[in-house]
Design a protein around this ligand. Sequence first.
Ligand SMILES: NC(=O)c1ccc[n+]([C@@H]2O[C@H](COP(=O)([O-])OP(=O)(O)OC[C@H]3O[C@@H](n4cnc5c(N)ncnc54)[C@H](O)[C@@H]3O)[C@@H](O)[C@H]2O)c1
Length: 251
Amino acid sequence: MDFQNKTVVVTGANGGMGKVITERFLAEGAKVTALDLKINRLEELRDRYKESFIPLSVNLIDESEVNQAIASATDFMGGISVLVNTVGVAQAAANIEDVSLEEWDKIIRVNTTSLFLTSKAVVKSMKKQRSGVITNIASIAAERPRPGLNAYVASKGGALAFTKALAIELAEYKIRVNGINPGPSDTSMLGKFSPAGGNVDEVKDKTFMSSVPLGELVTPEDIAEAVMYLSSDRAKMVTGSVLNVDGGRGL
Ligand SMILES: NC(=O)c1ccc[n+]([C@@H]2O[C@H](COP(=O)([O-])OP(=O)(O)OC[C@H]3O[C@@H](n4cnc5c(N)ncnc54)[C@H](O)[C@@H]3O)[C@@H](O)[C@H]2O)c1
């Protein structure tokens, strides 16, 4: 896969999956702009990839901050050929009557609305160049929900439907849009799905690992591998697709 001339924006890049995805693109020769609320875990990459990498601290649910960040990314890299939306927040499992409207809104805004904002900001230049790839990280939970994740599952269902809507809208401009559904993945997010006060390690093994037919948690590297494929020219006829990287959890 040749990413030498590719210019990539990764959102949620300070997180478990986002950082590994960012590192993979840099190692394969791309220029990368990393967006996240926090960028502390990305500082070491800035030292290693001075010429080809900038991390920017951005609230991805604020339209003007997103627009400013995409403008800075375009200036720094000379364009944007690939957008990977990795940003997300978990929901501590709870009965619907215990979920506040505030919590619902926050989860929908981060997991769904942020995809709208970043896509809207990059599409204009992608249309002009008549190429581009957008990949959205959703969740297998949207297809096979767990009890108590009402807002999270709805937000990821929205992300998947949005992915397909954009794929058909942008096909005539040769812009491809795909989704990835991770299964339970070994990042710090996993423990946050446990009911408030739950034992994180117990939930990790008993609830999550045991629900994966292949018997292991998904790793950030597994997700990065799928992102690299979908972002590459090897997937030039793949759009509107959703790749489950879930160890069979959706079956
Ligand atoms: N970990 C899992 O088990 C799992 C399973 C299925 C899907 N996913 C999805 O995979 C993606 C990556 O998850 P992860 O496990 O790496 O989680 P993570 O918590 O490690 O990373 C998420 C990142 O998003 C950032 N973020 C949250 N709100 C933001 C905002 N408003 N503005 C900017 N940045 C913000 C966080 O700072 C964090 O760095 C998410 O979309 C998640 O929903 C995760």
